[in-house]
Write a protein that binds this ligand. Structure first.
Ligand code: GBH
Length: 485
């Protein structure tokens, strides 16, 4: 087990793994096959106006039926590890601890893991990447329920660890920030609750996201405890949580209030979850702004959460300039009384446009953020569990041009080199890197228009896969960086 602590910057292997990443709802399709139950995303996609192109994950990449093909693809690209999430509702269709277990769903994932290992690919399993069983949402409010949700998640986790002992790398949740803020404040993600009355269903954005975040942390702590006590001694694996977060720069580096706001932005996005996991408490900046709207940990909850990461899972895509705001923030503010911008005071631009309005490449930010996390959390082992980009108007181009995705090749090249410097020059403890993503897939509220894949998927022609130039670029890139001695 890696105790953390700052390693010596000399003689470091740059990276152990290069791989690709995936989420069940974004790729699998087959929402009813083998007894799968509905999820909050199946329901959310039915609400008119929620998904840009009116689509859903009902077919997606049809990956549920193409595991052999996808494994050959992963192998052919030279990846030695693969991160994917399970659909909870395939394993326990109604989700709860007293609900029936669906053996067909378990068998599917057991075989998938066996086949990956057979192909020499190490599986990283995410237990939940946003697709909460809908029955739990209807039964007791899903993620909002402090008593029930953590216990049901703990039970689901136990079922999975027991069924898939060959998997040695576990991630409890993908990006709890998104589940909380986008699902319960902005309303852009399932279940879409928000105080904004133009966008039903109506929720309370001033409180619900903080309750959901709290419940996800406690559920994470419970699932980790079960793994460590009941499975780790015999299975010997590792477990952590994956957090998203952008790098930040002060809009005006001369203004101490902007410097502070740039730091506070990361605290509201990342330390909201990482401080409880590493220190057992929420950041002071959040307590100060949110007061009692941010739940307090009971002693039992704190004990579950503190120290619950064997590694830090890092999803990272972009950076922002941050400008502080003055005055009292509105109750639905989740950023930390600040605004994010693509231009600095002196007119510098953070990076070129992509198809995603929130994403502009800035590789230096990646290196900075890895350092920020390493310093704050005492150089924990980090796995980059997602990193990648969309390309402006990629979907409008003829296929031959889509396959020549030079901008994505450049994105990976510059980001991975920035990461390598964070390791070899700065002494950060990064253990692995997983690109997002293997295939173009269902990009949530953006539907199928935005493509993140290193492989083009032809949704019109039977989901056929065509590797882009970037797919072939990753293996040589890693080979050039990994120290062999
Ligand atoms: C990842 O999140 C997801 O884990 C993955 O499933 C997804 O496919 C990938 O991004 C690409 O989008 O709506 O302007 O308020 C990345 C982190 C944080 C990026 C929230 C989008 C929305 C900002 N995401 N952000 S906005």
């Amino acid at each position: 087990n890696d105790p953390g602590g700052r390693p010596s910057p000399s003689r470091l292997p740059v990276l152990e793994t290069n791989a690709n990443s995936f989420c069940s709802y974004q790729v699998e399709g087959s929402p009813e096959k083998d007894g799968r139950g509905p999820t909050i995303w199946d329901e959310f996609c039915k609400i008119p106006g929620k998904i840009a192109d009116g689509s859903s994950g009902a077919v997606a990449c049809d990956s549920y039926n193409r595991t052999a093909e996808d494994i050959s693809l992963i192998k052919s690209l030279g990846a030695n590890c693969y991160r994917f999430s399970l659909a909870w509702s395939r394993i326990i269709p109604l989700g709860g601890r007293n609900d029936p277990i669906n053996q067909a769903g378990i068998d599917h994932y057991v075989k998938f893991v066996d086949d990956l290992l057979e192909a020499g690919i190490t599986p990283f399993i995410t237990l939940l990447h946003w697709d909460v069983p809908d029955a739990l949402d209807k039964r007791y409010g899903g993620l909002l329920n402090r008593e029930e949700f953590p216990l049901d998640f703990e039970n689901y986790a136990r079922v999975v660890y027991k069924a898939i002992p060959k998997c040695k790398n576990w991630i409890t949740f993908n990006e709890p920030w998104c589940s909380s803020i986008l699902g319960y404040s902005v309303g852009a993600f399932a279940p879409g609750r928000t105080s904004n009355r133009d966008k039903s269903p109506v929720g309370d954005s001033s409180r619900e996201p903080w309750i959901v975040g709290h419940n996800l942390l406690v559920a994470h702590g419970r699932a980790v405890k079960v793994y460590r006590e009941e499975f780790k001694p015999t299975q010997g694996g590792q477990i952590g949580i994956t957090l998203n977060g952008d790098a930040t720069y002060p809009w005006d580096p001369e203004d101490p209030a902007d410097v502070e706001a740039a730091n506070r932005k990361i605290e509201f996005a990342i330390s909201w979850f990482a401080d409880p996991v590493y220190f057992g408490k929420y950041p002071d900046s959040m307590r100060k702004q949110l007061g009692d709207r941010l739940p307090e940990f009971t002693e039992e909850e704190r004990a579950l959460v503190q120290g619950s990461n064997d590694f830090y899972g890092m999803n990272h895509y972009t950076a922002n300039y941050v400008r502080h705001k003055t005055g009292t923030p509105p109750p639905e503010d989740y950023l930390g009384n600040l605004e994010t911008l693509f231009w600095s005071k002196s007119g510098e631009c953070i990076g070129p446009e992509t198809e995603s309005p929130w994403l502009r490449p800035n590789p230096q930010g990646f290196r900075n953020l890895i350092n920020w996390l390493s310093k704050r959390y005492n150089y924990p082992p980090i796995y980059v569990t997602e990193n990648g980009t969309s390309i402006l108007k990629e979907n409008d181009k003829p296929v031959e041009e889509i396959l020549e995705d030079t901008l994505r090749v450049e994105y990976f090249d510059t980001y991975v080199k920035a990461l390598a410097k964070a390791v070899s020059e700065d002494g950060c403890n990064v253990k692995g890197y997983m690109a997002w993503s293997l295939l173009d897939n269902f990009e949530w509220a953006e539907g199928y228009v935005t493509r993140f894949g290193v492989t083009y998927v032809d949704y019109e022609k039977d989901q056929k896969r065509f590797p882009k130039k970037s797919a072939q670029s990753l293996k040589p890139l890693f080979d050039s960086l990994i120290k062999k001695d």
